[in-house]
Ligand binder design. Structure first.
Ligand code: NAD
Ligand code: MG
Length: 391
């Protein structure tokens, strides 16, 4: 029996993980599930999977969760600290599927027990990549990528020498606006940005796909996870989302990973690793698919990609600043305070200001420095919104 804990079990990745585990209850002993405000669903999952502990990240939700689980014998806790403390309950495999920078600390805490962390929370690598990977080595832990592109690269690299890698190509669906005329993007609405053509995901990552901030994060994630130099990392638009990534080697070979647009594939790979096990996803019918298409990922359409290049070059604390500014700008877009293209303008400006004022390069990253930069970048984003950029 594998002892598993899911951080963010009620989200899109969390639900897909629960789905796989619920199909083979005899294989898993569920230690803890954590969620947010949807306590009814969290309680339902905890009962179905017979978890030891259910935690809501929000203290004001404690009463509702407690009431929903009374008489079940399932322990209940609430608050950000309680989420992180769930990492100390002995489990072998943790899924990190909280959205945003809030996912960093619980994942780090799990790694410090030398366990296996299946990492969907890309913000962990973007904000604190070098620190996170150093902690993995220090505590003899294992980290497995769950972002579909990175799972694809990971699988293409099995048995390969990383020094023979010439390039890593991350594919992008192009998001909701891939076919829009450039001058229409300025007025793109929240509803339009929240509809993904290929994937069914949480709202924040769906909007990040439309702006390509998601792909920008994934370029940085590639650098941090695999230690590949930024000049070897590319993005290409592939509207069908069937090839998730490709790795090019020094003999000209290009290894592509194909699969349906279903996150249970990458989650299942991490769940069964180092073996392969059955995963109930659709099998691709190549003849029916017929053809696959590729287009350049234009920086004029997707300024986030250019910003990601700057972040990869600067390294240090720029990832933490980038992610926090992006999260604050995304909140403002969701709240209707700024327009769609203002998000990239704001993030760019925050990075410029912090670079000039504070300097973002830094030789040794620590958690304190990352969290302080996160805080500063959020404040600077709000300051800037009050000044010039707001429409
Ligand atoms: P989601 O919004 O659907 O779910 C997020 C989960 O985190 C929920 O359980 C929510 O309750 C919890 N949560 C929210 N705020 C929290 C907080 N402050 N503290 C603790 N928990 C909190 O998100 P998602 O789409 O499942 O994405 C989760 C992570 O996986 C993100 O980092 C995302 O970028 C990454 N990811 C998602 C997909 C996908 O297909 N959805 C694909 C690749 C990577
Ligand atoms: Mg992805």
């Amino acid at each position: 029996m594998r002892r598993v804990t899911i951080f963010g079990s009620t989200g899109s990745i969390g639900e897909n993980t629960v789905d796989l585990i619920a199909r083979a209850p005899e294989c898993y002993d569920v230690v803890a599930l954590t969620g947010g405000r949807n306590v009814a669903r969290l309680a339902e999952q905890a009962i179905t999977l017979n978890a030891d502990l259910a935690v809501t990240a929000f203290e004001e939700c404690y009463g509702d969760l407690k009431a929903a689980l009374t008489g079940t014998g399932i322990e209940v806790a609430a608050g950000a600290d309680a989420v992180a403390e769930a990492a100390d309950r002995k489990a072998d495999w943790f899924m990190s599927a909280i959205v945003g920078a809030a996912g960093l600390v619980p994942g780090l805490r799990a790694l410090r027990h030398g366990t296996t962390l299946a990492l969907a929370n890309k913000e962990s690598l973007v904000t604190a990549g070098p620190y996170l990977m150093a902690e993995v080595a220090k505590y003899g832990a294992t980290i497995l990528p769950v972002d579909s592109e990175h799972s694809a690269v990971f699988q293409a690299l099995v048995g390969e020498d990383i020094d023979a890698v010439e390039r890593v190509i991350i594919t992008a669906s192009g998001g909701a606006f891939r076919d829009w005329p450039l001058d229409a993007l300025e007025n793109a609405t929240l509803a339009e940005a929240s509809a993904h053509p290929n994937w069914d995901m949480g709202r924040r990552i769906t909007i990040d796909s439309a702006s390509m901030f998601n792909k920008a994060m994934e370029l940085i994630e590639t650098k941090e996870f695999f230690g590949v130099s930024p000049s070897k990392i590319e993005a290409v638009v592939h509207p069908e989302s069937l090839i998730h990534a490709l790795v090019g080697f020094n003999d000209g070979a290009l290894m592509a990973h194909l699969g349906p647009a279903d996150m249970r594939h990458a989650i299942g790979y991490a769940l069964h690793w180092p073996d392969r096990g059955h995963v109930p996803v659709e099998r691709l019918d190549l003849v029916q698919i017929g053809s696959l298409n590729f287009r350049a990922a234009e920086e004029a359409r997707y300024p986030a990609l250019r910003i990601a290049r700057d972040v990869m070059e600067t390294g240090g604390l720029s990832g933490a600043a980038f992610n926090a500014a992006k999260e604050a700008a995304l909140d403002a877009f969701i709240d209707g305070k700024i327009g769609f293209l203002d998000m990239a303008r704001l993030v760019d400006e925050v990075l410029n200001r912090l670079q000039q004022r504070n300097g973002l390069s830094c030789d040794i990253l620590t958690l304190d420095k990352v969290l302080a930069t996160d805080h500063l970048a959020r404040m600077t984003t709000r300051e800037l919104m009050r000044d010039t950029l707001v429409r």
